[in-house]
Every structure is written in C-alpha cells, then in structure tokens.
Design a protein around this ligand. Structure first.
Ligand SMILES: CC(C)(COP(=O)(O)OP(=O)(O)OC[C@H]1O[C@@H](n2cnc3c(N)ncnc32)[C@H](O)[C@@H]1OP(=O)(O)O)[C@@H](O)C(=O)NCCC(=O)NCCS
Length: 190
C-alpha cells in the first residue's frame, strides 16, 4: 500500500501545482469573446485597429499570466496582420497561448476570429505575436517557468519563436546603430 504524503510532501505538491518549473502550452491557453459595439468602430462601422490591438494585448497577457503566475508587462507587439475588417455587431473571439518562454520573457501568439451573428460565418481576421516580461511584486524582472511543447504544432511554434527573437534582437541592434549614426552626423554638422 502507498503511504499517504506527509505535510512537507503535500506542501511541495501544492507548490508544484501552482508554481511548477515546467509548464505545458495547454495550461497557458486563454480565450476572450467580445461583441463589437458602436464605440469600438470607425465611421465605416468597422472595428478600430487600436481597439483590436487592445483586445489582443489583453488576451495575450492572460496566457502570460497563466504561464508566469506573476505580474507581466508588454515589452513588444512585433507582428500583427489585419487580414479583413470586423463589422459592428460581429462576435470577436481571441485565443492565445505561450509559444516559448525564455529567461524572464515569453512570446505569446494570439489569433482572432470574427463571427457574423446573422449568418454564423466565422473568419480569421488577425494574428499577432507579443513579448511579455515577468515582474515580481518589487518591480524587478523575475524568471519564468520553462515551456514544454508537446504537439507537432506546439513544437513548430516553439522553434519559430526562437527565430523571431533572434530577428527582433537583430532589428533592435540595427535601429540602435542607425540612431547612433544619426546622432554622430548631427554632431559633426554642428
Ligand atoms: C520590458 C522591460 C521590463 C524590459 O526591461 P529591461 O531592463 O530593458 O530588461 P532587459 O534588457 O534585461 O531584458 C529583460 C527581458 O526582456 C526582453 N525584452 C526587453 N525589451 C524587449 C523588447 N523590446 N522586445 C522583446 N523583448 C524584450 C529581453 O529579451 C529579456 O528577455 P529574457 O530575460 O527572457 O532573455 C522594460 O523595458 C519596461 O518596463 N518597458 C515598459 C513596459 C510597459 O510599460 N509596457 C506597457 C504596459 S504593460
């Protein structure tokens, strides 16, 4: 017969449940549904791009919170495709999950669909990648658990996330270099 876990083992098991060092993608999956109202739209009755980005940011943060179980801030929203317009009265569904966790940051993918409530037609309207950074209660950067991708799609997203991080870092270095070159040019002219 298996011995019952003692107090210390029960406390470790409970800690692992709320704060494991490795998490699955499924444990980060999040979803939000919104009805598009007049306040969300432009003069053509289509959802405003900024409002859509706000919904994407919120849904992305939900996955990051579920992964890190701490405060998170948005560090970047680096790729977003607005594929087709969303109309007044549509139901917008957003789904997110963590693609990869690094040291203190996580890349989250968000996919968005719109449903026409009269016809029931559902269309993919946007996709985005965001980077969230974990912050502790003192405002300091904090380490996040590892992510363990399990399915072929999760493994593909995990690998792509590393490529996108390298691209992001190269792009950041390029912009920094260009800024420095402009500043030096201004100085030599003055
Ligand atoms: C994001 C932020 C915390 C990073 O702080 P920092 O001191 O520059 O941190 P570091 O350079 O040490 O980087 C920490 C992590 O953030 C990542 N990061 C920092 N800037 C990033 C950017 N622009 N894009 C993607 N990742 C970024 C780094 O890659 C690193 O990840 P890792 O630990 O997993 O390797 C800081 O820039 C910040 O507070 N920005 C404002 C965030 C905000 O107000 N967002 C909107 C409201 S939520």
């Amino acid at each position: 017969m298996r011995a019952r876990p003692n107090v210390r083992e029960r406390s470790v098991m409970s800690e692992l449940k709320t704060n494991p060092t490795v998490r699955t993608v499924a444990s980060t999956q999040s979803e939000m549904t919104e009805i598009i109202l007049p306040n969300d739209t432009n003069t053509l009755g289509n959802l405003l791009g900024g409002r859509l980005m706000h919904f994407i940011d919120l849904t992305g943060a939900m996955a990051a919170y579920r992964h890190s179980r701490t405060h998170v801030v948005t560090a970047a929203m680096d790729h977003i495709d607005f594929i087709r317009p969303v109309h007044l009265g549509d139901l917008l569904t957003l789904k997110s999950s963590v693609n990869r966790a690094f040291t203190t940051s996580m890349e989250v993918g968000v996919k968005v669909w719109a449903e026409n409530t009269r016809t029931g037609t559902v269309a993919h309207v946007a996709s985005a990648y965001l980077v969230f950074v974990a912050i502790d209660e003192h405002g300091r950067l904090t380490k996040v658990p590892e992510l363990n991708p399990e399915t072929p799609d999760e493994i593909r997203r995990f690998e792509d996330a590393l490529r996108r991080r390298e691209h992001r870092e190269a792009e950041y270095a390029r912009r920094k270099q260009a800024k420095l070159a402009t500043a030096m040019l201004k100085e030599t002219k003055s």
